[in-house]
Design a protein around this ligand. Structure first.
Ligand code: AMP
Length: 294
């Protein structure tokens, strides 16, 4: 199988194909990789499009990774539509899709490896989801080993995940290069997510309050302290009664450290990110925004 840019349709590839594929590539050609768990939406397609701008050949993977779910009910309820996904990948010209079996990724049983993630895995979202980021690092590392991409594209919707994957790439001698991509939102402001498929139309409408609340903090131009931000956002998000806030974290965007909780953001010269997790019924939603640029 010889890949050529912009060929159609999107090819399903195996590990054997990948090796032949890489050998057939012209010298200097770059391979871009977009790992996903499927149930694709415009946010995923934006990653593919970014990869197509940066790389000669683009491979997406679809695999719902068991080791990153800390609730088995969440894993079982995760949406799946592989045929629809392949059609969407084809619509944007993605060259190939890799659908690994669990036996291939976890030949010695479904368990995470352990990486030194510089403490990033235990913080923030990692504190609410023990083991989640080790599971992410495990599957991403194995996919990198199999596909050997030059660049890999990750969405900033999973802000902490981008930091974790950058740390993983550092452990791997900066291989591949990690390219963070902006969050794609619904017209209402709700961050696109595969999990949004599990929301009722009412929950979907109510969930737009998360972005509205984040934007209100950005509009306050650093005048609020982290404690004030947490209180204002919790009140705004829970006002409709449709959402329950799990966490609101105010962190320095570069290293995820916490600024002084009592001091207004504008008294620091650091870029600040607010990260939110909230439940609409049983569906856990996350979002984040740079609220102060320092
Ligand atoms: P997932 O399928 O949820 O594992 O996501 C696969 C990739 O798509 C990850 O890098 C996510 O951060 C990214 N992604 C998911 N939703 C969005 C979005 N709304 N905007 C940008 N990237 C996204």
């Amino acid at each position: 199988m010889t890949p050529t840019p912009n060929q159609a349709p999107t090819q399903l590839i195996s590990v054997a194909d990948i090796i032949a594929w890489k050998q057939a590539l012209e010298k200097g050609s770059t391979v871009g990789f977009v790992p996903t768990m499927g149930a694709l939406h415009e946010g995923h397609l934006a990653l593919i499009q970014s990869a197509m701008q940066h790389c000669d050949v683009v491979v997406a993977s679809i695999y719902i990774n068991p080791t990153q779910f800390n609730l088995s009910a969440d894993f079982s309820a995760y949406p799946s539509d592989v045929d629809g996904d392949i059609a969407m990948l084809h619509s944007v010209g993605c060259h190939a899709v890799f659908l690994p079996e669990t036996d291939l990724l976890y030949p010695h049983g479904v368990a995470p490896d352990h990486f030194d993630l510089a403490g990033l895995d235990g913080l923030l979202e990692g504190a609410h989801r023990p083991g989640h980021f080790q599971g992410v690092a495990t599957v991403v590392n194995r996919l990198f080993d199999l596909l050997m991409p030059d660049k890999a594209f990750f969405g900033l919707k999973d802000f902490q995940q981008v930091k974790v994957v950058q740390q993983l790439a550092t452990i791997r001698d900066s291989n591949p290069e990690i390219i963070p991509c902006p969050i794609v939102r619904e017209p209402s402001g709700l961050a696109m997510s595969s999990r949004n498929r599990r929301l009722t139309p009412d929950q979907c409408a109510d969930a737009s309050v998360i972005f509205i609340a984040l934007q209100a903090i950005a509009d306050s131009q650093g005048s609020l302290s982290p404690v004030e931000i947490q209180s204002q956002m919790t009140g705004a998000i829970q006002a409709s009664g449709a959402l329950i806030v799990e966490a609101i974290d105010v962190v320095c965007a570069d290293d995820l450290t916490c600024p002084d909780p009592m001091i207004p953001l504008r008294n620091h010269d650091k870029k600040v990110q607010v990260m939110v997790s909230a439940f609409a019924g049983e569906v856990r939603l996350i979002d984040n925004l740079t609220v102060y640029t320092g």
